[in-house]
Design a protein around this ligand. Structure first.
Ligand SMILES: Cc1cc2nc3c(=O)[nH]c(=O)nc-3n(C[C@H](O)[C@H](O)[C@H](O)COP(=O)(O)O)c2cc1C
Length: 375
């Protein structure tokens, strides 16, 4: 795909329209995708994190989804440099991030995260905490050192998500995104590969969705009725790129319907390349199917503006600029509502401003060296 003048003028027109997510009006269709950066020692986002997000809001990103931030459960994480969404100092840091983003004209939601069985024994920030998951099974199928969650564990984690969501509203965020994707805790329940439970939380797709739906319901109950609750999910897992939650639209519907009924206001369907059809016989991508099946607003994502997906980026590869005509066509057809941009925005804080002002020729290729700094 080439970058053409016609795609440029269309881009501003199509991407500049505001959109409502429950009580929040997002000023345009451009979302910053959640990206773990590990620049928050002690789990506290500081001045550099604040200006990193504010810079992107000032340059036209309509909605920022923060990097994954751990909920207040000791087994939630594995790093002392990933920001936490509990604790006085941590939340004070986050409050300043939200304030700075608002001052720059943007909107922002934290991505609430529990990594489940991805945790290794002894990992920070709470070295003694065990890894927990639906069945004590890791995404690669091994047993590891974790344990299957008890009733008490389930309740603790549900409570931790609800508390984090309440804190988000209290300290000035515009909503929350629950991280249900990529092989982390919620996805470990959704996926049969890691969920072998024989109680009410395992079995068919609806049963596997029960835990995530209970978290959504608890969050919904804790926050105001118009406070947006977003849910991110994916077919693929960080350690299993070809894994799928749903082989058919019917299976996908069985997972999404209870989540929507529990109170999700918008879905964020995480794919690595947005232009790939999800199921045979239709051109719709995963976000397109999600919108069709639930009627909820959806966010698409995956190699927007870049040629070469982000897994290769993790392995140190760069990616050249790619045009966005296909994306605009899909947006124009209302296949989905918003577009999340990851690496292109990590690389270039001005990405949204350039796209919205038809400055396509100034877009920069992605260079994995951008991961090393928070600029
Ligand atoms: C450095 C990096 C960190 C990421 N961290 C997260 C994360 O914390 N939570 C999440 O849901 N996705 C995470 N992702 C995935 C991105 O949100 C996004 O879905 C992916 O990069 C594809 O978009 P892109 O092709 O525009 O980069 C991360 C991606 C990158 C490159």
């Amino acid at each position: 795909m080439t970058v053409t003048a016609s795609s440029a003028s269309r881009a501003a027109e199509i991407l500049s329209r505001p959109v409502a997510l429950n009580g929040l009006t997002v000023p345009n269709r451009i979302v910053m995708a959640p990206m773990t950066r590990m620049f928050s020692p002690g789990g506290v986002p500081g001045e550099d994190v604040r200006s990193y997000y504010a810079r992107r809001a000032a340059a036209g990103v309509g909605l920022i989804v923060t990097e994954g931030t751990y909920v207040g459960h000791e087994s939630a994480g594995q790093s002392d440099r990933v920001p936490r969404f509990h604790g006085e100092e941590q939340l004070a840091g986050w409050a300043e991030v939200a304030e700075a983003v608002h001052a720059a004209g943007g909107t922002i939601v934290p991505q609430l995260w529990h990594i489940g069985m991805v945790r290794e024994q002894g990992d920070p920030p709470y070295a003694d905490a065990p890894a927990v998951g639906p069945s004590g099974i890791r995404v690669d199928g091994t047993e590891g050192t974790g344990k299957a969650m008890t009733r008490r564990d389930l309740d603790d984690v549900i409570g931790a998500f609800a508390e984090a969501a309440a804190a988000a509203e209290r300290i000035g965020f515009d909503g929350v995104e629950l991280h249900g994707a990529h092989g982390y805790l919620l996805d470990q329940f959704l996926w049969a590969g890691t969920n072998r439970r024989t109680d009410a939380y395992g079995g068919d797709p609806v049963a596997r969705t029960k835990f995530a739906a209970e978290i959504v319901a608890a969050v919904r109950e804790t926050v105001s009725a118009d406070f947006p609750v977003l849910f991110r999910y994916s077919q693929w897992k960080q350690e299993a790129y070809d894994a799928r939650l749903a082989e058919t639209p019917e299976e996908l519907e069985a997972i999404l319907t209870p989540l929507a009924a529990a109170g999700v206001d918008a879905f964020h369907a995480s794919t690595r390349r947005y232009w790939i059809p999800e199921f045979e016989g239709s051109d719709l991508n995963l976000a397109g199917w999600t919108k069709k099946l639930t009627g909820k607003p959806t966010i698409t994502v995956g190699s927007v503006g870049l040629d070469g997906d982000f897994i290769r980026g993790f392995m140190g590869e760069g990616a050249p600029v790619q045009g966005i005509d296909n994306l605009l066509d899909r947006l124009e057809r209302d296949e989905f509502d918003l577009v999340a941009v990851g690496r292109a925005l990590l690389q270039d804080p001005e990405w949204a401003a350039k796209v919205l002002a038809d400055r396509f020729e100034e877009l920069k290729p992605y260079d994995a060296a951008a991961l090393k700094t928070l600029s």
